[in-house]
Design a protein around this ligand. Sequence first.
Ligand code: UDP
Length: 453
Amino acid sequence: MEQRKGRRLILFPLPLQGHMNPMLELANILYFKGFSITIIHTNFKCLNPSSHPHITFHLISANLSESEAAEKDLLLLLSHLNKKCCEPFRKCLATLVSDVSKEPVVCLITDPVYDFTQSVAESFKIPRILLRTGSASFTAIISAFPVLQEKGYIPKQDSRLEELVTEFSPLRVKDLPMINSSDPERFLKLISNLTSETKASQGFIVNTFEDLEQHALATLRKEFHIPVFPIGPFHKRVPATTSASTLSSQDWSCISWLNTQAVKSVIYVSFGSIATLDEALFLEIAWGLANSKQPFLWVVRPGSVHGSNWLELLPHGYLESLDGGGHIIKWAPQKEVLAHQAVGVFWTHNGWNSTLESICEGIPMICMPCSADQMLNARYVSDVWEIGLQLDNGIERGEIVRAIKILMMEKKGEQMRNRLSKLKDKANLCLRQDISSYQSLKDLVNHILSLEI
Ligand code: UDP
């Protein structure tokens, strides 16, 4: 813990699991660097302040109606949040800035999906830094969207999905980021906002490290003309207990179950906090896992399988037939699971947090990207870093068994583990004295101190 700096930072996370986790980790990193931290969060999925006594929390009302809060169209939900959170956020910030009993506020750190924070920050003359929760490659690619649109890659056409995007090889058209919505323009608008919000900021932080994304980071430095701080992997900098921000309660029974399994034998299956599955896919996954004869730990979020609450669609007697070889839970302590010696493979949707967490534990991946930046992350995993497999011939039980066998038993799997072992070492090393992420964090602290109003 560094000496207190007598300065306060205000952080405003987007209320989605994959955005809150890194923001809370960042809050802890900067707290340990000596800053006082205030987090503004919304009553649409709020954090639990009692788990973080060293952080000050302010709750604002997102004012979402019941139907808005239940919105399944993610882009529409984000649009509601942007419309409704602006005024409550402005009022809360006004109170915090004028509170002379606390350390002066020197900087606001926000998520670029909130499109009103730059103008609010400017109205209070507070510098604003962004946290980009995706990879550096994602930020680079979406900033090139206007060019990709001009060249006809976007909107994606069915006839061109397999085509190589030559400017971003080995990406194919199908790997370009996309979120389906009732109005396709909504996604392009979000992408364009993310880039303009970033350009308007006083710098941005990325949860990555130089050795992993050197090329993308060089592109960002060239294109954005503002400081870029790759200070990741965040979760390896702070104890998990101080930064846990999980919105669902974690089922720790899985750790006792993992303790009974052989080293590197278990397939951990989780598709993050948003992805949903239809019944046919859910059943292929269930049979693929069962037929592989490998033990598995599977996270099935309640409501994530269309037409069911939880496991009702599993065939009668399915779990019993596994004879203890399968454990299904609603939400896992994922970082602890991935760090457990029994876990040998991660079957993931390739959200950026999950991808990075897997890399940091040296676990090869089966990639099943669903939306947003996941296709891009999966392509990097399979074709750039070569540390995982995509199910290129469809998600079908026979293919699943084959992929598991390759990763668990074949030479190709072993080669991936070797590459991962090197990446894992680099991920740990970069946080130490005078190496990339360590130095970037030092630069970030100095940058914040230099922004004083
Ligand atoms: N996570 C978790 N328990 C689970 C599944 C996921 O704690 O059972 C965490 C995971 O460690 C990661 C985050 O939720 O930090 C998911 O973020 P990611 O970017 O991977 O995917 P998203 O949920 O945004 O699609």
